[in-house]
Design a protein around this ligand. Structure first.
Ligand SMILES: Nc1ncnc2c1ncn2[C@@H]1O[C@H](COP(=O)(O)OP(=O)(O)O)[C@@H](O)[C@H]1O
Ligand SMILES: O=P(O)(O)OC[C@H]1O[C@](O)(COP(=O)(O)O)[C@@H](O)[C@@H]1O
Length: 325
């Protein structure tokens, strides 16, 4: 069982336009709404692949109810914890040439009591399910923190879940990621910008990525999956570094690609080259779908995804990164 906690879920609204011109009234050519937020997407894609997963989210106001309705309609298992604030909408503007501009709202504040209730719900789910299935569960702590929530919340939750024998994956950024790292989660999934910010240096080559991941591991993280956009992904754990590459496709929407990568990696056992390939295959499929639409088995191909310990026979440091995000 993989239980996801999204403290700041969203309605993902995607508007297509000819050209984004600032300061003007623009008419969208199409509009779509998807349930969103990083953990929500992880559960959505896992369920599409018939992997046992459950999303835990705060639910506030009419937009929160709409989010829960969309998830239930899609058959996504969700436990919503009623909270007093509001549920945000995140907006992606997609131009005719495929360029996407994202605006993520801050989200409604959560109180300490509300966060504690959400955490308790995750623990209950993980513990009851792992007893039933006889296996350890994963808790996935994903996304930005809404106002009112302290930066060390994922760190505290990592320690709490570890006490219950639950493995923890964290996908967040900034101060929340830095604090979580020190609590020793089993896995973190930063993208290139998030990893660079966490170590305070730009990452221009695969060597830089591995060094940055090792820095996080030296602080307590067990494994790092660094996602590098069209440059692929790198897994760094106690066995060393594994590099995954694939020919880049023209993106329809990159929203949710990182969530699909994490989900596929966990679904395939969260270890080694095969899990990295699975994650990259799910992520590539997400990139080929509009808005925050998540792929299912029929969208995914593993063809052309190459995984090596020494990329292209070159020293790792000689491989520059091309995708500037
Ligand atoms: N243009 C692309 N072609 C093929 N795969 C891609 C492309 N862009 C992203 N991916 C895949 O999606 C994964 C996640 O993308 P990335 O942008 O790094 O994550 P995030 O959405 O978290 O910022 C990458 O590691 C890669 O496997
Ligand atoms: O919590 P944040 O960092 O604001 O991100 C939320 C957004 O990220 C997404 O989960 C997509 O994430 P990725 O593109 O990183 O996979 C959207 O559904 C959501 O709108």
């Amino acid at each position: 069982m993989i239980v996801t906690l999204t403290l700041n879920p969203s309605l993902d609204r995607t508007l297509e336009l000819q050209t984004l011109r600032l300061g003007e009234v623009l008419r969208a050519t199409s509009a779509r709404i998807d349930p969103g937020g990083k953990g929500v997407n992880v559960t959505r894609v896992l369920r599409a692949f018939a992997v046992d997963s459950h999303a835990v989210i705060p639910c506030a106001g009419p937009d929160g109810e709409e989010l829960v309705r969309l998830l239930q309609k899609a058959g996504v298992p969700v436990t919503e914890v009623p909270v007093a604030g509001w549920t945000r909408s995140n907006i992606t503007l997609v131009e005719a040439d495929g360029r996407a501009t994202k605006v993520n709202a801050p989200g409604g504040a959560l109180t300490e009591t509300e966060v504690a209730l959400l955490a308790e719900t995750v623990v209950d789910r993980c513990v009851s399910q792992s007893t039933e299935n006889g296996g350890a569960s994963w808790a996935v702590l994903s996304g930005s923190l809404p106002p009112g929530v302290p930066d060390d919340v994922y760190a505290s939750l990592t320690s709490l879940f570890a006490e219950h024998g639950v493995k923890v994956a964290v996908d967040t950024s900034g101060a929340a990621l830095l604090a979580a790292v020190d609590a020793g989660p089993d896995l973190v999934k930063p993208n290139r910008q998030e990893l660079a910010a966490a170590v305070g240096t730009p990452l221009v080559s695969l060597d830089d990525v591995v060094a940055a991941a090792e820095k996080l591991r030296s602080r307590g993280v067990k494994a790092v999956v660094a996602s590098l956009g069209s440059d692929g992904a790198v897994l760094v754990d106690e066995t060393g570094a594994v590099f995954g590459t694939a020919e880049a496709i023209d993106p329809v929407s990159t929203v949710g690609a990182g969530d699909a990568l994490l989900a596929g990696f966990l679904a395939a056992g969260a270890r080694g080259a095969d899990a990295l390939i699975e994650g990259m295959a799910w992520a590539r499929a997400a990139v080929g779908l509009p808005g925050s639409q998540m792929p299912g088995p029929r969208d995914v191909s593993r063809e052309g995804i190459r995984v090596v310990r020494d990329p292209g026979g070159k020293p790792a440091g000689a491989v520059p990164l091309a995708d500037n995000g």
